[in-house]
Write a protein that binds this ligand. Structure first.
Ligand code: SIN
Length: 277
């Protein structure tokens, strides 16, 4: 099966929908086409995937090497699978602000394979924003300003001893002593597509380096508002068996927290990445 025969529907804003494929029996060519669609569109969605944990791990491994998230709770038997869960009693969710996974790592995660196990009757959608399109739409003078700049990304303010989760009803997600930081270009060239993408995010980017603190804040405030304009964003509604595969280098995502009193359980596998330039 080639990209030409995989049914890939480009979605407005960000991402693509792939129909008519059971990933358990995908050919090597179909897996290659999915990977390329992820690189090109940032995120792909598939419905109706009835996967055991072993199936999900096996499929993720065909897309790329797996990296284990250091902060999220793991499923009991499969350390490769992180449990992204909010119970009926909890009010804070995981990933409830715009971010991209693992940008605090020197080689940030390539992507994630998120499978819906249990979804609330309404709500719990995930928003994805296209950082290729956000970069392309910047005015030329802003592109010139950003050229050559780097930014510092960190995780202590989220997962560290006084991290954001410590003040919520999810304190188990905070309290970590070992919280990495990394510096990356503000604009990267995506290693899989060759396209330029904006690579700062509200969740983990702390400052743009080589400018004053005020300039850094002004730039980041502008870029954050610019990047989430509706023309760059897709909203995905989950059902059990829905799966999203996203590329962290060219998208942001944000999990809506609008379903208090209901359980939502997702199984997430993170795919390893490479240093960015
Ligand atoms: C995440 O940030 O990985 C969670 C996304 C989601 O639960 O929709």
């Amino acid at each position: 099966m080639s990209a030409a025969v995989l049914e890939i529907e480009r979605l407005p804003g960000c991402g693509a929908m792939i129909r008519g494929l059971d990933v358990r029996v995908a050919s090597d060519a179909a897996v290659d086409a999915i990977r390329q669609a992820v690189f090109d569109r940032g995120v792909v969605f598939l419905e109706g995937q009835q996967l055991t944990p072993e199936n999900q791990i096996g499929f993720a491994r065909r897309l790329g090497p797996i990296v284990v998230n250091r902060y999220f709770p793991k499923t009991e038997r499969w350390p490769e699978i992180a449990k992204v869960e909010k119970t009926e009693a909890q009010t804070s969710n995981i990933g409830g602000g715009w971010h991209t996974d693992h940008s605090y790592d020197a080689a940030p995660a390539m992507g994630s394979v998120l499978l819906a196990i249990e979804t609330p009757p309404a709500g719990g959608d995930t928003l994805f924003a296209d950082m290729y399109a956000a970069y392309d739409a910047l005015p030329d003078d802003m592109k010139a300003t950003l050229k050559g700049l780097t930014a510092r990304h960190a995780s202590a303010h989220v997962f560290g001893e006084a991290g954001g989760y410590a003040k919520t009803d999810r304190p188990e997600l905070a309290g970590y002593a070992d919280t990495p930081e990394a510096v990356h270009p503000v604009v990267i060239t995506h290693p899989g597509s060759g396209k330029k993408a904006l690579y700062v995010n509200p969740g983990f980017t702390r400052e743009i380096l080589g400018v004053t603190a005020q300039e850094s804040q002004t730039l980041l405030t502008f870029l954050y508002a610019h990047a989430v304009q509706p023309r760059f964003v897709t909203r995905f509604k989950w059902r059990p068996g829905s799966m999203a595969i996203w590329d962290n280098r060219c998208t942001w995502h944000c999990a809506m927290n609008d379903y208090h009193g209901h359980r939502r359980l997702m199984h997430r596998i993170t795919l390893d990445g490479v240093p960015l330039s």
